[in-house]
Design a protein around this ligand. Structure first.
Ligand SMILES: [Fe+2]
Length: 255
């Protein structure tokens, strides 16, 4: 597929976002948010694909651009981005792409791969039986997605004024409070589940834990180079445990 076709897909994606935004009137900012996130994930994917020499790049880039396409109808239908209160947005996007001609320029097997990667991009654990190419596409999308979520949350956490509970997940914002067991979980190389979090500080630990778990070296270098670890730990209380944990995570980022 020529790069021109990816460009056309981008135009079509933007037109679709515009249609939804137009129908939503003053609530259009919610659609714009996901449109802009998708474009940044696409840009990040371009860097990782180049750094890791992943091929065929068109599959990776199409999946990155379209991974959140289900967000538009999710928001229009339910007025929320909470999957647990509406639909699974990965499934929503995959079902849409499966039934539309959005991916008609791809061979059937390539379309299957992209649709599956969109379906799986938000699942906590990837199915064991994913074929290797779909797994690779999915891992790329998940890396790029995480790399964009961290700065979005960071900017909201650093902003003055009341916290946006949608971004901080309605967690308790007590500046000096955190859950000690979360430090143990992250130190052991795991990521806590969202439903284990209690405080906003626990959420910062979760975001920090993502860095070393990024699959690709290029992704980990972007995480390190953009200073996400420093910025997250700067927002945590001063404590020897956190200082120790930061050094450990920085080492693992370097692997
Ligand atoms: Fe998503």
């Amino acid at each position: 597929m020529a790069p021109g076709l990816l460009r056309q897909m981008r135009v079509r994606f933007l037109d679709m976002a515009d249609e939804y935004a137009g129908r939503l009137g003053e609530r259009r900012e919610h659609i714009d948010l996901k449109r802009d996130h998708s474009l940044r994930v696409y840009a990040l994917a371009t860097k990782i694909v180049a750094g890791e020499r992943l091929a065929p790049s068109r599959l990776y880039l199409a999946a990155a651009l379209l991974h959140d396409i289900g967000r538009f109808s999710q928001f229009e239908r339910f007025g929320t981005y909470r999957d647990d209160e509406s639909v699974d947005h990965g499934d929503e996007g995959a079902d849409f792409l499966r039934g539309s001609d959005f991916l008609e320029a791809f061979a059937a097997s390539e379309k299957d791969c992209i649709v599956n990667a969109v379906r799986q991009h938000n699942k906590r654990v990837l199915p064991a039986d994913l074929d290797p190419l779909t797994r690779s596409v999915c891992e790329l999308v998940r890396d790029a997605d995480k790399l964009d979520i961290v700065p979005v949350v960071l900017s909201k956490m650093m902003a003055d004024g009341p916290r946006d509970p949608v971004v901080t997940l309605g967690l308790v914002d007590a500046p000096e409070a955190w859950t000690e067991s979360m430090v143990d979980v992250v130190a052991s190389g795991r990521s806590p589940a969202y439903n284990e979090l209690c405080y906003v500080n626990d959420f910062k630990l979760l975001l920090a834990s993502w860095g070393p778990k990024l699959v690709h070296g290029t992704s980990r270098r972007i995480f390190a180079g953009r200073g996400y670890l420093d910025r997250l730990f700067d927002l945590l209380p001063r404590s020897g445990r956190f200082a120790e944990l930061k050094v450990r995570l920085a080492d693992q980022l370097d692997r």
